[in-house]
Design a binder for this molecule. Structure first.
Ligand code: FAD
Length: 519
């Protein structure tokens, strides 16, 4: 039996197999040569003290003890080309993992995606960054892999069901992600690695008889007596099936409008909104690790911060160490920010959404839009920012202290946001009460993280696609829409996920529920 040990070591020891074996041999009083293998089961950083430690949970195998390198395998898939068809709209994490699960369960997914395949998408991202052209079907939110593709690929989730989380992480490993994601307390994949994994997932779905259609936008849902019959695409083609997983994400405004127009029950949902702040990574390292230089054994430091300001939660969201701010608009005439990092997180800048929780009452000025009030509120801010910054993909920007003092920044250095920035008094982007909370909040953040409140930090606006502004209500047990039979609202856009992992889990659950009803 291997010995299990919990220990705290220096970053240097944790990063070096020989040093670790040496350290462990002293702990368990054997010679280093007697240790056959050390498996790391969990790894996290403890940066509470000046001397930073790495927490490890390990299994130690001594010579002679049975040990075999375990390899994570894919489930056994069956050929589903002739099986019952299920339409899956959206090839984000929710849609792709729903489709994979359907194949595993012996059902044939027909995945319909408005955007391009993961490689083809790249040209459109370049066009947003360089030419300020937003393709409404292919951008940072739309296209194969969904909003998560060109992201940091952070894989942590608030989901409590560890079994479900582990299953998704293991599937990602089986599709090529590093095994480190099974061990790290805060795993991430990185923008450069995600596309290949997504491509391999798609190829597996097709290999076993599923179908994946790109450049195909769903424009209508066919119904008869409140039951799904199929969908209509932008070319007027119809695809018929009476089970439909709707996994179109938080930015599919045309889908929310379609459901509203068809009087399919949806409801406004609070979300969070604010700005994206960028510091130098070195500054964040020095704050988080209490040092001038983090050295070669520590990763670029993340941060996470929450404050109550004027009765509202204000918090960091989707923090990207060593990352870049991305233009995430999905229509011309609006600007939106978010962030990504490559797997090494080796960019010189650190960015994070800093957002305030909204309440349904904040959407009152848009009450005439009914269930779409939150979406219209969100849209109005994105459009206002677009006007203020010069009607391109440039975004309004301001130095952090200038913002807290209501002062337009005289000069702003170049930031990682490629389309560019326009110096603006950021308060104009948001309703007065939100600007006030943000101003107060940044001062509070500066008290908790000394050095955070600095004029070297640049704010970009808005960070507005934090979660869906609409919920598509479904039965909590069967996952079927409350009114429409055969319709399975799924993932972040329906209001049941907030991130890659939870969206993937929700996708699998919807597939399982469909298989259950078909039994
Ligand atoms: C830049 C960026 C960075 C992010 N970083 C992280 C991160 O590090 N970690 C994390 O957990 N989350 C991150 N997120 C959030 C994460 O990507 C989402 O939570 C997740 O992708 C939601 O999955 P989903 O499948 O529900 O929806 P989406 O990923 O939004 O997928 C929806 C899909 O539906 C398609 N679609 C929409 N309308 C139609 C239609 N009418 N017809 C056909 N197809 C349609 C879209 O093109 C899209 O591909 C990030 C998001 C962005 C934009």
């Amino acid at each position: 039996m291997p010995r299990e040990l919990l220990l705290q070591v220096t970053p240097e020891i944790a990063a070096n197999e020989l040093l670790l074996k040496d350290y462990l041999s002293k702990q368990i009083k054997v010679s280093p040569q007697e240790i056959q293998h050390v498996s790391i089961l969990k790894r996290s950083i403890d940066a509470r003290q000046k001397a930073i430690k790495i927490n490890l949970k390990v299994f130690i195998y001594l010579k002679g003890e049975p040990f075999q390198e375990s390899k994570i395998e894919l489930p056994v898939y069956k050929d589903v080309s002739k099986a019952q068809e299920v339409i899956v709209v959206g090839a984000g994490p929710a849609g792709l993992f729903a489709a994979l699960q359907l194949v595993e369960l012996g059902l044939k997914p027909i995945v319909i995606e408005r955007g391009k395949d993961v490689r083809g998408r790249r040209r459109d991202l370049k066009a947003i960054n360089r030419e300020h052209i937003v393709n409404e079907d292919s951008n940072y939110c739309f296209g194969e892999g969904g909003a998560g593709t060109y992201s940091d690929g952070k894989l942590y989730t608030r989901s409590k069901k560890r079994g479900d989380v582990t299953r998704i992480l293991e599937l990602l490993v089986a599709f090529g992600a590093s095994e480190d994601i099974l061990v790290e307390a805060h795993p991430h994949i990185g923008t450069n690695k995600l596309p290949k994994i997504i491509e391999d997932i798609r190829n597996k779905i097709i290999e076993f008889g599923g179908q994946v259609l790109f450049d195909t936008r769903v424009t209508d849902i066919l119904l008869k007596n409140n039951e799904v019959e199929g969908i209509v695409t932008q070319n007027g083609d119809t695809i018929l099936a009476n089970k439909l997983i709707l996994a179109t994400g938080h930015s599919a405004r045309d889908i929310f409008e379609l459901l509203d127009k068809k009087k399919i029950f949806i409801e406004a949902k609070p979300f969070a909104l604010g700005v994206r702040a960028e510091h130098s990574q070195q500054l964040i390292d020095s704050i988080q690790y209490s040092c001038d230089y983090r050295g070669e054994h520590l990763p670029p430091a993340p941060y996470s911060i929450v404050k109550q300001v004027n009765g509202r939660g204000m918090y960091s969201f989707c923090m990207c160490p060593g990352g870049v701010i991305a233009p995430c608009a999905t229509s011309p005439g609006e600007v939106v920010t978010n962030g990504w990092s490559p797997s090494k997180r080796d960019q010189a800048t650190a960015n994070s959404g800093i957002v305030i929780e909204l309440k349904l009452e904040d959407f009152k000025p848009f009450a005439k839009f009914g269930a779409l009030a939150g979406m219209e509120f969100q849209k109005s801010i994105e459009q206002k920012a677009w006007h203020l910054a010069g009607r391109t993909q440039k975004v309004p920007a301001q130095r952090m202290i200038d913002f807290t003092q209501n002062k337009v920044s005289a000069d702003i250095p170049k930031t990682s946001y490629v389309p560019g920035i326009t110096s603006v008094e950021m308060g104009q982007v948001f309703p007065g009460f939100l600007s006030q909370i943000l101003r107060e909040g940044f001062k509070e953040f500066g008290k908790s993280m000394r050095g955070y409140l600095t004029n070297e930090a640049i704010l970009h606006a808005p960070e507005s696609r934090t979660s869906s502004p609409v919920r598509i209500p479904r039965d909590p047990i069967t996952y079927e829409h409350l009114q429409i039979k055969g319709l399975y609202p799924c993932g972040e856009g329906a209001g049941y996920a907030g991130g890659i992992i939870s969206a993937a889990i929700d996708g699998e659950k919807c597939a399982l529920m469909i298989a259950e009803t078909l039994k």
